[in-house]
Design a protein. Structure first.
Length: 364
């Protein structure tokens, strides 16, 4: 029995010695914390890989290429983006940045201290879902004070950008890519088809038409046109979209549901005399209940030539064959290795209002 006890004690001593070789006790402010040594979990490998095969290393083909940007203390650098800026992050308090007054797509950047030594960075996300990153350093005299950024379609570079460079999803668009939304709107404008021929308004020499309603991936696209048949320019003040009751009794409160567009392509603010302008609006999916209708109102700025037309329930649910869009920028997108599905090769948007229907319903 005594031999067994001695052998057990010897074995425990060996295990304790090994454990002490594998654990280093570090005393910090009187507290002891065990730290794993190289035999248990190496702190540093010769190749610099701290993950030891437990995690996949990021490669350079996953990197969003940064742009170089120089800033200074006495001058302001302006960066112009192709669409509205939604997010800006600065890597250091040595920088200050903000939107230019009255311009949603212009960022102004400058240094808060003179001659800051370390390079920092800046990241920007725009409304079309694009992600831009900059490496920023201080320069007494920056070479470029005004910089214009281009989107991936028009920048002329044939580089293999990772998905996140052009597929930043925004909350209001749901699961739809902002870049794809823009391509669909441009396609509708480019084709200029009049799928709807019976909804519109014509008064005072101004005609406001609904040319088509399309749906794709939970979003609605409204194609409208303003025709100015007079010699006086038409200045657009605002356009309202609202769902109202068809019949409202006297002394009854009117209930209105305002619908706000998410995007507008080629939004017209002024239509010269004898000219016309077309706009495509993108909206979240909605329906028109029974007994209600969608009223679209176009108001003239400093004038009274207001226009309005009505979309009723029976216009909303007519089924028509699907239509594939042809995107003018489709080939450029694929040459630049854009990985968002193009509407030409993906599921085509489909009109939600008949292309040919019974007589016109244009208000006079």
């Amino acid at each position: 029995m005594k031999k067994v006890i001695i052998m057990f004690a010897l074995a425990m001593g060996i295990v304790t010695a090994n454990a002490q070789e594998n654990v280093t006790v570090v005393t910090d402010n009187g507290s002891e914390q065990p730290t794993l040594t190289k035999e248990v979990y190496p702190q540093k490998e010769a190749d610099g890989d701290l993950y030891h095969g437990l995690t996949k290393k990021l490669t350079f083909d996953r990197m969003v290429p940064p742009h170089g940007l120089e800033v200074t203390y006495d001058k302001t650098v302006h960066v112009i983006f192709p669409s509205e800026v939604r997010y800006v992050d600065l890597g250091s308090p040595d920088l200050i940045a903000g939107k230019a007054d009255g311009a949603e797509n212009v960022i102004r950047v400058k240094a808060t201290v003179r001659n800051f030594p370390n390079e920092t960075n800046m990241s920007v996300i725009t409304e079309d879902g694009s992600f831009y990153t900059f490496n920023v350093k201080y320069a007494a005299e920056p070479l470029l004070l005004n910089v214009e950024m281009c989107d991936f379609i028009h920048d002329g570079e044939a580089v293999n950008r990772p998905n996140n460079a052009q597929e930043i999803y925004l909350k209001e668009l749901g699961s739809e890519s902002p870049m794809l939304v823009r391509l669909i709107m441009k396609s509708i404008l480019g084709q200029n088809k009049r799928e709807v021929k019976h909804i519109g308004c014509k008064r005072f020499g101004i005609q406001y038409l609904l040319k088509g309603i399309y749906t794709h991936n939970g979003l609605l696209y409204f194609h409208t046109e303003i025709r100015n048949q007079s010699n006086v320019p038409f200045d657009v003040d605002y356009i309202t979209w609202k769902i109202v009751d068809k019949k409202v009794a006297k002394r009854t409160a009117v209930q209105e549901q305002i619908i706000l567009p998410l995007r507008a392509q080629n939004y017209a603010t002024c239509v010269p005399g004898r000219k016309s302008e077309r706009t495509v609006f993108t909206m979240a999916k909605f329906t028109i209940p029974d007994g209600k209708c969608l009223v679209v109102e176009l108001n003239e700025k400093n004038g009274g030539r207001h226009q309005s037309f009505v979309i009723e329930n029976e216009d909303w649910y007519v089924r028509v064959p699907s239509t594939n869009f042809k995107c003018a920028d489709h080939e450029k997108a694929h040459r630049n290795h854009h990985r968002v599905a193009c509407p030409l090769h993906g599921a085509g948007a489909r009109p939600a209002v008949p292309a040919e229907d019974a007589g016109h319903r244009i208000e006079s």
